[in-house]
Design a protein around this ligand. Structure first.
Ligand SMILES: NC(=O)c1ccc[n+]([C@@H]2O[C@H](COP(=O)([O-])OP(=O)(O)OC[C@H]3O[C@@H](n4cnc5c(N)ncnc54)[C@H](OP(=O)(O)O)[C@@H]3O)[C@@H](O)[C@H]2O)c1
Length: 256
């Protein structure tokens, strides 16, 4: 299926030391991409890079803190130095503030989550857009990792859910404004999949009742995201921009 091939494409992934980003790096490499992995835990990135390289892929790890402008600039610069212009940027890094309501969080919780999940996406996307223009690339592609918390309303995920809802709107505006540079911008909104970000809910006593609200009656698995990821990263989505692809077993259309 050439339409979904990523052969020769350079794809930079933030938050690739664990969870989705770690998994995405392998999937994208398997489809032929050169992958650039960024996150703060350099040892975990290095392990993943060597796994991918040993299985015949082309991967590079770069220490990255998305909340630090110089670190973001360095990440994109080093990625380009290694493989050439970046074809796809995946803004995946994300954090949550624990099971807290809006009345429980403090200024630091708000800044921690919003800086990582939202401001960094703007920052990296702006830097990426500047490099697409500078390199005279005919096209670019940004994928933002949002969440079904952008659509569902549950207690105790503030300000995480606020950041993810804002990311849906950011995706739409960036799509509108990025089109003049040939840049497509879409987002992926996964449902609940067990990782460090979701552990606090999925391993709580609410878990059994919570899963009954998912029409497909199970939490997601990493592999459930592979098809939508390959669609958004490849030419298979060449006429898609401003879209959010929800992958949640029907959770947002549930009555519960
Ligand atoms: N799991 C779910 O059910 C679910 C559902 C919907 C959406 N999501 C979203 O999916 C994305 C990935 O999360 P995950 O579930 O895979 O959790 P995870 O395993 O905790 O992954 C989060 C990643 O973000 C990185 N990160 C955090 N702060 C960073 C920073 N300042 N700079 C660079 N990297 C940073 C972490 O790496 P370091 O700590 O090494 O920096 C880690 O690699 C997040 O945006 C999350 O909101 C998750």
């Amino acid at each position: 299926m050439d339409l979904f091939s990523l052969k020769g494409k350079n794809i930079a992934i933030t938050g690739a030391s664990s969870g989705f980003g770690h998994h995405f790096a392998g999937v994208l490499s398997g489809a032929g991409a050169n992958v650039i992995l960024g996150a703060r835990r350099a040892d975990k990135i290095a392990d993943r890079v060597s796994e991918i390289n040993q299985s015949g892929g082309q991967a590079l790890g770069i220490p990255l803190d998305v909340t630090i402008p110089d670190s973001c600039a360095d990440f994109l610069h080093q990625a380009e130095e290694a493989f050439g212009p970046v074809d796809v940027l995946i803004n995946n890094a994300g954090v949550e503030a624990g099971a807290k309501t809006y009345a429980m969080i403090d200024e630091d919780d708000w800044d921690f989550v919003l800086d990582t999940n939202l401001k960094s996406v703007w920052r990296l996307s702006k830097m990426y857009t500047e490099s697409v223009v500078k390199n005279k690339q005919s096209e670019g592609n940004i994928i933002n990792v949002s969440s079904i918390t952008a659509y569902r309303t549950i207690k105790g995920q503030f300000p995480y859910a606020v950041s993810k809802a804002a990311l849906v709107k950011a995706t739409e505006i960036m799509a509108l404004e990025g089109a003049r540079y040939g840049i497509r911008v879409n987002s992926l909104a996964p449902g609940y999949i067990l990782t460090d970000v979701s552990r606090i809910l999925l391993e709580s006593e609410r878990s059994d009742t919570f899963v009954k609200g998912i029409p497909m009656r199970r939490y997601g698995e990493f592999e459930d995201l592979d098809g939508p990821l390959l669609l958004l990263a490849s030419d298979g989505s060449r006429y898609m921009t401003g879209s959010t692809v929800v992958v949640d077993g029907g959770h947002i259309v549930s009555e519960l």
